[in-house]
Design a protein around this ligand. Structure first.
Ligand code: AMP
Ligand code: GLY
Length: 422
């Protein structure tokens, strides 16, 4: 089978790496991909970005299935366009992808279907938003309605910060159209977990649980990022919480989307906040896999990913059960100088040859320029390792990270601290 993966991050490298290991995969294309995907045996990059060009490529190359990595093409309707041509593609149609592309849509959907989430209100008028903040007080959370590549959320610890966020988004247009509408919601306390499933429109297949680390620096200090590291499994998601997430969150999405006439097909990621009393609320939905969560999840997946996606595309996910490596996988993101504000590009990267099957270096912001590997984005690499426990996996990942060099690389040394009690 020939498979196309859309995207260029660490998530897509991990997906392509797992897919090409399938005895059923003859070739995996990644569009546009990164230096890491171009260096893997059996994987080839295709430098396309327009939906029409991708469709032409899939038809002329006789690609059997396409898997969409990031949210932007989903919200632009790539799945709708492929389906109109009867091409096999895994991801939600744009109407269903609004669960991620509009926070207001997601909140309204959750309210309509009794999915637990933070109390909220939506505004386009700054005066009303300011009034709401003054009435509710801080801490409070201000979110741009639209897609903002992880930069649209301000967790305001003071009322002033919240007022400033509203002015930045609604008055100064600081987030563009994404911030022309804002959701303001109650600040939630607890521990976050990433609950990711595959849905075929009718059935749900939960993937292994995981936890991400959003802040740039050790001890959860510094600015929010797309994610500086992740591990799987996440023991905080006990069997009881797992059942609750399925019944109270994922099943209502499946049923609600079916009722709306836009059945959800694709990866669904619920960002959960688990409070100390074990109650759970949804922070956000993503209509895709997480990055960097995918890297450790793919390291643990023992089942054939091609077969799983095929079941998802034929509405038979109820017939499969994925097999997971019982060990812990943990990924450490190496980021460029200046990330997340303004990452520097063009630094030379040196990676020693792979010498351990339990460690894999997934690329994200990398490029090959005249055969030289250089940084080309904020999150550069995700060094992912699997070990008997999180301590061992982290040791392996950090040891490999230390042997990789590029100027001013930034990384956290405490990934997994919640499960590694020192
Ligand atoms: P989101 O993109 O909505 O998941 O928000 C990004 C990050 O902001 C989350 O991963 C949380 O760390 C934080 N966050 C979002 N909403 C809330 C909330 N209601 N209370 C506390 N923290 C939040
Ligand atoms: N790691 C968080 C995300 O993928 O949204």
């Amino acid at each position: 089978m020939k498979i196309l993966v859309i995207g260029s991050g660490g998530r897509e490298h991990a997906l392509a790496w797992r897919l090409i290991q399938s005895p059923r995969a003859s070739k995996v294309f990644v569009s546009p991909g990164n230096a890491g995907t171009s260096l893997e045996d059996g994987i080839e990059n295709v430098p396309l970005s327009e939906i029409d060009d991708l469709i032409d490529f899939v038809i002329s190359e006789k690609i059997d299935m396409t898997i969409v990595g990031p949210e932007a093409p989903l919200s632009e309707g790539i799945v709708d366009a492929f389906k109109a041509r009867e091409l096999m593609i895994f991801g939600p149609v744009a109407a269903a992808a609004q669960l991620e592309s509009s926070k207001d849509f997601a909140k309204q959907f959750m309210a309509d279907h009794d999915i637990p989430t933070a109390e909220y209100s939506t505004f386009t008028a700054p005066t009303e938003a300011h009034k709401y903040i003054s009435a509710k007080g801080a801490p409070i959370v201000v979110k741009a309605d639209g897609l903002a590549a992880g930069k649209g959320v301000v967790v305001a610890m003071t009322e002033q910060e919240a007022h400033e966020a509203v002015d930045m988004m609604l008055v100064d247009n600081g987030m563009g159209v994404a911030g022309a509408k804002v959701v303001i919601e109650e600040f939630l306390i607890g521990e976050e977990a990433s609950f990711i499933v595959m849905i075929d429109g009718e059935h749900i297949l939960p993937l292994a649980t995981s936890q991400d680390h959003k802040r740039l620096l050790n001890n959860d200090k510094g600015p929010n990022t797309g994610g500086m590291g992740a591990y799987s499994p996440a023991p905080i998601v006990t069997p009881e919480l797992h059942d609750k997430a399925m019944k109270d969150v994922i099943e209502p999405v499946l049923n609600g989307m079916k009722e709306a006439g836009t059945p959800f097909i694709g990866f669904l990621y619920a960002g959960l906040m688990i409070a100390p009393d074990q109650t759970m609320k949804v922070l956000e939905f993503n209509c895709r896999l997480g990055d960097p969560e995918t890297q450790p999840i793919m390291m643990r997946l023992k089942s054939d990913l091609v077969t799983l996606v095929e079941h998802a595309l034929t509405g038979t996910l109820n017939e499969v059960e994925p097999n997971w490596d019982q060990r812990t996988a943990l990924g450490v993101v190496l980021a460029a100088k200046g990330y997340p504000q303004s990452p520097r590009k063009g630094d030379i990267i040196t990676i020693p040859p792979k010498d351990n099957a339990d460690v894999h270096v997934f690329h994200a912001g990398t490029a090959l320029i005249d055969d030289q590997l250089v940084t080309s984005g904020g999150r550069v690499l995700c060094v992912t390792a699997i070990g008997d426990n999180a301590i061992q996996a982290r040791e392996l990942a950090l040891e490999a990270s230390n042997r990789i060099s590029f100027a001013d690389k930034q990384y956290r040394t405490d990934i997994g601290y919640r499960v590694i009690k020192n």
